[in-house]
Write a protein that binds this ligand. Structure first.
Ligand code: SAH
Length: 346
């Protein structure tokens, strides 16, 4: 098996190329071909002697993703891609053109093992983790498209399929790669990781020294509702998650965002909003309300508009910083996993 050259940090690449007889200084040339010029093969690296190019081709692969399907939203701002890997698996990656820049929503696993009832990614369970290189190649694919318009990827949200904190080492390496100047040169502040709340791993992340933005999928104001829609809550209770989030803010100086998916009849009442206020009042946090994208398989629906407005105003009246997620791409099945499932079902 050849090593996927995407997903190697500079030091690792240096060590590996030296071990196959290529001078260390050539790493800089190689990464330029890979990340600035987007070559498909080592043979295109024309400032390297032919013999060295062959050595590279024998040891490594440039594993780009292949485009399997694409859905464009009507307003043209959101594009969802189904991207395939060399073993035939595929994940969804989304480009969102926003006023503040181009964001890419990256998947961290094929499928997901968390079992949240509202999420389409988990319907068939976890298939496998993605490597750092496979996460990076999703972003590079989109960056290449943006480059043709003179643009680039500005923000990364690790909010696609999968639980990133269940694939910790690969995700951290991916984030570091995005930050490297020779790669995407992204500020850590422009990277958001969303988790269902695996408390010990949130603490590990707090001590990693990466000031990324942490988003926590809370989705319920009490443990009984949360456990009924998110099985992970059986292991880590709401109070423990909020305490871990507070430690994250203390350690990194970064404000945490709580995501709250509003599902009709389940967690969208005034009472629920008041309970949520009790949990979060006085904390320096954001709440992002997400009207659920209907998951037909599970009979879950978004609340009526007045319910959403009411929930939002209860939080606002209590001085909680709240936004309602703009519905980008609802018309293209933007909820995690919906496109892949449709493709699997065919
Ligand atoms: N496992 C991580 C990241 C992937 S899910 C996590 O749980 O945060 C990313 C976000 O999409 C989560 O907040 C999740 O709750 C939300 N989501 C999943 N299915 C959804 C749906 N049908 N409608 C709206 N949001 C959904």
């Amino acid at each position: 098996m050849k090593t996927n050259i995407y997903g190697l940090l500079l030091e690792e690449m240096e060590e590996l190329i030296v071990s196959i007889g290529i001078e260390k200084y050539r790493t800089k040339q190689i990464v330029e071909w890979l990340y600035q010029r987007d070559v498909d093969s080592f043979m295109e690296m024309t400032n390297l002697p032919l013999a060295k190019r062959s050595l590279l081709a024998n040891a490594f692969e440039i594993q780009k993703v292949s485009l399997k399907r694409q859905l464009n939203s009507k307003d043209g701002k959101t594009i969802k891609y189904l991207l395939g890997f060399s073993d035939g698996e595929a994940v969804e990656t989304v480009l969102m053109r926003q006023p503040y820049g181009n964001s890419v929503c990256v998947s961290s696993q094929v499928g997901c093992g968390m079992g949240c009832v509202f999420c389409a990614s988990t319907l068939n369970g976890l298939v496998r983790n993605l490597s750092a290189g496979e996460m990076l190649s999703q972003v590079l694919f989109i960056n290449q498209i943006l480059k043709q318009e003179g643009k680039a990827v500005n923000n990364i949200v690790i909010m696609g399929s999968g639980e990133p904190l269940a694939n910790y080492d690969n995700v951290i390496k991916f984030i570091r790669l995005c930050h490297e100047a020779y790669c995407l040169n992204l500020s850590y502040r422009n990277v958001t990781l969303s988790t269902s709340g695996i408390v010990p791993v949130i603490d590990k992340l707090s001590n990693e020294g990466l000031p990324i933005t942490l988003s926590i999928s809370l989705h319920a104001p009490d443990n009984s509702i949360r456990s009924s829609i998110m099985p992970i809550n059986i292991h880590y209770k709401i109070e423990e998650i909020i305490a871990a989030a507070d430690r994250y803010t203390k350690n990194t100086g970064r404000r945490v965002t709580y995501e709250y998916t509003l599902i009709a009849g389940i967690n969208d009442d005034t009472e629920h909003a008041k309970q949520l206020v009790k949990l979060l009042k006085g904390k320096i946090i954001n709440v992002n309300l997400i009207p659920v994208n209907d998951v037909i398989e599970r009979g879950l629906h978004r609340p009526k508009q007045d319910k959403i407005k009411n929930f939002e105003s209860v939080l606002r009246l209590n001085h909680i910083n709240v936004t309602v997620r703009k519905e980008m791409g609802a018309d293209i099945q933007a909820a995690c996993g919906q496109l892949r499932n449709e493709s699997l079902n065919k």
